[in-house]
Design a protein around this ligand. Structure first.
Ligand SMILES: Cc1ncc(COP(=O)(O)O)c(C=O)c1O
Length: 410
């Protein structure tokens, strides 16, 4: 038996913005016996999953499912559509956008990274890490590119390092207004099945996502939702690819199979997750996360601490970044909270390391688990000597009590 050094009583509070807490129902589904991935039962399961996952991306087109983490799906999007030296336009919303740009460079692409250049009093060294994508900047840059050297615009929908959810429809409008043929590639690794997302309606060519966030699964599978233009581009793209190549996957998927051994038990989990999400209805799933997020933000505001996202129009429904006063080491506070209360919070990444922590409000949660999370944060902040203006827990209780969930306590 696997033995982990957990606290002896109660459940660990996994309140990082993914992996998110996995519902027992999904864990149970994953414990079923592994079956032959070339047998008839598997083919039937595969077809069901491939149809079901399209509903989540809101697409009529193929979705490739990889036995890989989200990083693999980032790579898949680039290697299937681009050729060596192709120029890609990216936008720095935070750590994950920066990592994707770094990967593009490593793959031999020419990268150009836009960023919001205004000044910010809270995080002067990272102003673009507090705001969503400015689609006008993208439009201006594309208008300058009369020769159409830019082959793709790559953006992150829900920036997990900051708690900002950008307006992807606005990015599409910017590309169209500039009459530019670049492909639009969007990372919604932490947005899928928790923040509204429409692959077809927003004219996205490749959407990248992963299992361990809104889908409430453990890490290990990831996705590329495709458009007909992306599939067309893949026919002439020349970056080397094999494991990630869409053509073989899409072909084998016709029968519900994969060209190699898929993650069978994670796919059982996906089957269960799709059932759960369908039963609740995607609009209700989005509303549930928005409601949780508003309660958590009420707490942070009551503490008198800045929310990392400076623009209420793009607050993330999935996570909230909490910026600590200058001189307080946010990672030391997180460590204390973990040791004292068995609660894991997200660390500050990259440019904001040590300055903030992240509270995930996704996955198998409810009002009371979130209140307990906020209680852990509040106790830890006080123990660390951070001066708080008021009780965040009280503010969140007031919020949840005065904004009842539509059904079944969610
Ligand atoms: C927005 C975003 N992009 C990419 C990744 C990388 O995904 P993975 O860690 O599954 O490889 C993450 C992981 O948290 C993410 O949140």
């Amino acid at each position: 038996m696997l033995q982990l050094d957990f606290h002896p009583t109660g459940r660990h509070f996994l309140q990082i913005p993914g992996p998110s807490p996995v519902p027992d129902r999904i864990l149970r589904a994953m414990s079923l016996p592994t079956i032959d991935h070339r047998g008839p039962e598997f083919g039937a399961l595969g077809l069901k999953l491939l149809a079901g996952i399209r509903e989540i991306f809101e697409t009529q087109h193929p979705v490739a499912i990889y036995p890989a983490s989200g990083t693999g799906a980032w790579e898949a999007a680039l290697v299937n559509t681009m050729s060596p030296g192709d120029h890609v336009l990216m936008y720095e919303t935070g750590h994950f956008a920066s990592l994707w740009a770094r990967m593009a460079k490593k793959l031999g692409l020419s990268t150009e990274v836009l960023a919001w250049q205004g000044s910010d009093p809270v995080l002067p060294h990272a102003p673009s890490w507090r705001r969503g994508i400015d689609a006008d900047l993208i439009e201006q840059r594309l208008r300058q590119d009369g020769e159409h050297r830019i082959r793709a615009v790559c953006v992150v929908h829900n920036e997990t390092s900051t708690g900002v959810t950008s307006d992807i429809a606005a990015v599409r409008r910017a590309i169209d207004a500039a009459r530019h043929p670049a492909l639009l590639m969007v990372d919604t690794i932490s947005g899928l099945a928790s923040a509204e997302y429409r692959h077809d309606a927003w004219g996205v060519d490749v959407t990248i996502s992963g299992s361990q966030k809104g889908l409430m699964l453990p890490p290990g599978i990831s996705f590329n939702a495709l458009s007909p233009r992306a599939l067309e581009a893949s026919k002439s793209a020349r970056l080397p690819r094999s494991f990630f190549a869409w053509d073989e996957i899409v072909e084998m998927n016709q029968g519900g199979y994969w060209p190699y051994t898929p993650s069978t038990n994670l796919l059982y989990g996906l089957h269960e997750a799709l059932d759960m999400i369908r039963a609740e209805g995607l609009p209700n799933v989005f509303a549930r996360h928005q409601r949780w997020a508003a309660g958590v933000r009420a707490a942070v505001s009551a503490w008198g601490l800045p929310i990392q996202c400076a623009d209420p129009a793009v607050y993330s429904p999935v996570l909230t970044g909490v910026v600590l006063p200058e001189g307080v080491d946010a990672d030391a506070v997180r460590k204390l909270i973990h040791e004292r209360f068995d609660l894991s919070l997200g660390t500050g990444l990259g440019k904001v390391k040590g300055r903030m922590f992240r509270i995930g409000h996704l996955g198998d949660s409810n009002d009371l688990t979130l209140l307990a999370t906020l209680a852990g944060c509040e106790m830890g902040l006080k123990l660390a000597g951070v001066a708080l203006q008021g009780s965040g827990v009280q503010a969140a209780m007031d919020h949840f009590a005065s904004h009842p969930a539509p059904a079944a306590g969610r």
